[in-house]
Design a protein around this ligand. Structure first.
Ligand code: IPM
Ligand code: MN
Length: 354
């Protein structure tokens, strides 16, 4: 199969972890007789520095023409502490999500048996955790009307949702639940927010189309609590953009390191695959970042964008093997022997080619 993939490495540790995912994907292509055409494009601070725009039109076109997009990370400290910066890397990310219609962000949280004691939570609380958040990604407070009034002394951001936006996200949630353990939790704040009441009403109206799925409705504050008490009680959770942003960071540490969890953003035409972690500026250029989240994102890409399940499973198997054999980066080594980012990529691709 010929795979045409846009490669957006972005900022910070992005290029380093992306290099490993490319290595591993090329090894898979070699082993299964595929040919991958990687098309590199600029995003984030790197794109601002080069062309003054964090999501240039040329990058958008490359993404539109690709079968899938593999993305590293975005963000640079030189913009974070300057509230007056006119362009910011994150604007590129938001524009990319909007322009590519990446409406559903799939963020799984699962545990690796060999890393169970790395989790900040007790073993018995987290064993068997295997849940997926579907976070709405192109609407809500991230994209609502905002501004200042009273001579700049009052600021507002608004959360707006249409029934259609809720429906298309919820549909993905129901479908995902059907392929898993048929449990769907709608996370909202319907006791306070009108937009949440629209979410609840819309999801309720869809229940009859999926009679096998058991739907529960929970308030976001309660979910934040139960997620660390009994994460293994959840399966598929659907939620709006900002709640999803916050809860998926919380969920990500359950596995033991943020550097482990992959994600996919399902688009209207093309989908994007990226690690859930950020650009980790402190580690940039040191070859110490954990590449596993990006490599597992490549696995999701093989499965979801190209329907190549055997390829995806082989990546997951060699990743599990590397963790069992403690071929791990600094974040997981507990002061013991750790491996460089590039060494982990080499080890995994060698295993694939064995
Ligand atoms: C994420 C990130 C982004 C978000 C930032 C970088 C804009 O935190 O992908 O979760 O808030 O969506
Ligand atoms: Mn986030």
């Amino acid at each position: 199969m010929k795979l045409n993939i846009a490669l957006l490495s972005g900022d910070g540790i992005g290029p380093e972890v992306i290099d490993q995912a490319v290595k591993v994907s090329d090894a898979i292509a070699n082993r299964f007789n595929h040919s991958i055409n990687w098309v590199k494009a600029l995003t984030g601070a790197a794109a601002i520095d080069a062309v003054g725009d964090p999501y240039p039109l040329e990058t958008h076109q490359i993404c539109l023409n690709a079968d899938a997009i593999l993305f590293g990370a975005i963000g640079h400290p030189k913009f974070d502490n300057n509230p007056f910066a006119k362009v910011r890397p994150e604007q590129g990310l938001l524009k990319m999500r909007k322009d590519l219609g990446l409406f559903a962000n799939v963020r799984p949280t699962f545990t690796f048996p060999s890393l169970i004691d790395k989790s900040p939570l007790k073993r018995e609380r987290i064993e068997g955790t295997d849940l997926v958040f579907l976070r709405e990604l192109t609407s809500g407070i991230y994209f609502g009307e905002r501004g200042r009034k009273d001579n700049g002394n009052t600021a507002f951001d608004t959360c707006t949702y249409t029934r259609e936006e809720v429906k298309r996200l919820a549909k993905k949630g129901f479908e995902l639940a059907m392929n898993r353990s048929k449990k769907l939790c709608c996370v909202d704040k319907a006791n306070v927010l009108e937009s949440s009441r629209l979410w609840r009403e819309t999801v309720q109206s869809m229940e009859k189309d999926y009679p096998e799925v058991t739907v529960t409705y929970e308030f976001v504050d309660a979910v934040a609590m139960r997620l660390i008490q009994w994460p293994n009680s959840y399966d598929v959770l659907i939620t709006e953009n900002l709640f999803g942003d916050i809860l998926t960071d919380e969920a990500s540490v359950i596995s033991g390191s943020m550097g482990l969890m992959p994600s996919a953003s399902i688009g209207l035409k093309t989908s994007l695959f990226e690690p859930i972690h950020g650009s980790y500026p402190q580690a940039t250029g040191k070859n110490i970042a954990n590449p596993i989240a990006t490599i597992l994102s490549a696995a999701m890409m093989f499965e979801d964008a190209f329907n190549l399940k055997k390829e995806a499973d082989l990546i997951r198997n060699v990743v599990n093997q590397s963790l069992e054999e403690s071929i791990v980066s600094e974040d997981l080594s507990n002061g013991g022997k750790s491996y460089k980012t590039s060494e982990i990529g080499d080890w995994l691709s060698n295993q694939i080619l064995k």
